[in-house]
Design a protein around this ligand. Structure first.
Ligand code: SAM
Length: 309
């Protein structure tokens, strides 16, 4: 049997060149799409900077119960995700778009941090696999060469929040996504050295007897900059002493917003890349078209009706 899925996906009519296509494999596409339809992810899609495609890997099961999980060999609590539907979904996706950087969300994975987000921001296609239950059959991760990624030392019930955290952290580093690209550089862990951000103040000048630090009202830009550096350092020492004096993660390589090629201009879509431009739609995840409930095996089109998610 060949791979399950529609004979063709989106085609040229809505093709646009985007910087990064995120494919999120999940059992809860509506939950992911709901978040991806708001805020910066919505704006980034509307600007045509990113595409987000949510794929329900249950649509790639072949049995009539559409089962994605089974009991672990050797016993133990909980269920594991079977490898076959996920492998089919990856094959279907890559047949449409080309190879992805394959990332499986796992609490036992390597830690996600800003340096890794910067690294991912150079990727054209990122696949984020969301687990459930007790996670994945280990053979899937080996066979498909997934890298395992953790968003922190705690255990969630599923990978969806983790996938969205990665998507948003990467998307906001892409040229043209933030209104002011200095924002990312000046954020915590940003290009200004990997320390935490300094404290910030807005109106009113006095609130509950607390005044805005006078230097911020002085108009002396050099003094303001010195104050910001000092308070950022103090905050880093207080909240994250592990970051003080190092670089907030593994050695910093380059930062997307400060790449020489990007200087002053957005990264050209897929310039110089031998890989084809994504035929993704800039539209936000919710395109208004309802997804079919439980399409029938082998004739289903898990994405055609979702159109350009
Ligand atoms: C209950 S967890 C599985 C935990 C797994 N048995 C373990 O202890 O490593 C179910 C799914 O949630 C996701 N998940 C939970 N915590 C996560 C974290 N800190 N980072 C990334 N993904 C996480 C993963 O996709 C995982 O497969």
């Amino acid at each position: 049997m060949g791979p399950i899925g529609p004979a063709s996906g989106r085609t040229g009519s809505d093709a646009v060149s985007i910087l990064t296509l995120f494919a999120i494999l999940t059992l809860f596409p509506e939950a992911v799409e709901a978040y991806a339809s708001e805020g910066i992810l919505r704006v980034a899609q509307e600007k045509g900077k990113i595409g987000i495609e949510c794929i329900d890997f249950r649509d790639f099961t072949r049995d009539r119960h559409r089962s994605v999980d089974d009991r672990p060999f050797g016993g133990g609590p909980g269920m594991l995700l079977r490898p076959e539907p996920i492998a089919e979904a990856v094959a279907w996706l890559e047949a449409r778009h080309g190879a992805f950087r394959r990332i499986a969300l796992c609490p036992a994975g390597q830690p996600f941090h800003q340096r890794r987000a910067e690294e991912y921001a150079d990727e054209e296609r990122i696949l984020l696999l969301c687990g459930r239950y007790e996670g994945f059959d280990a053979r899937l991760l080996d066979e498909l060469a997934f890298e395992e990624l953790s968003i922190g030392d705690y255990v969630l019930a599923g990978g969806e929040l983790a996938a969205l955290a990665v998507t948003e952290a990467v998307a906001r580093l892409l040229p043209g996504v933030l209104g002011d690209e200095r924002s990312a550089a000046e954020d915590s862990f940003g290009a200004s050295g990997g320390e935490l951000d300094c404290p910030h103040y807005t109106r009113p000048r006095v609130w509950r007897g607390r005044e805005v630090p006078p230097v911020l009202l002085s108009g002396d830009h050099a003094a303001i900059e010195r104050w910001r550096r000092t308070t950022a350092r103090e905050r880093t020492l207080r909240n994250r002493p592990d970051l003080a004096g190092n670089d907030a993660g593994p050695a910093r390589t380059d930062v997307s917003i400060s790449r020489p090629a990007d200087a002053g201009s957005p990264r050209p879509a897929h310039s110089g890349s031998p890989r084809p431009a994504h035929s993704g739609s800039p539209r936000p995840a919710h395109s208004g078209s309802p997804r079919p409930a439980h399409p029938t095996p082998n004739t289903r089109d898990p994405h055609g009706t979702r159109g350009s998610h």
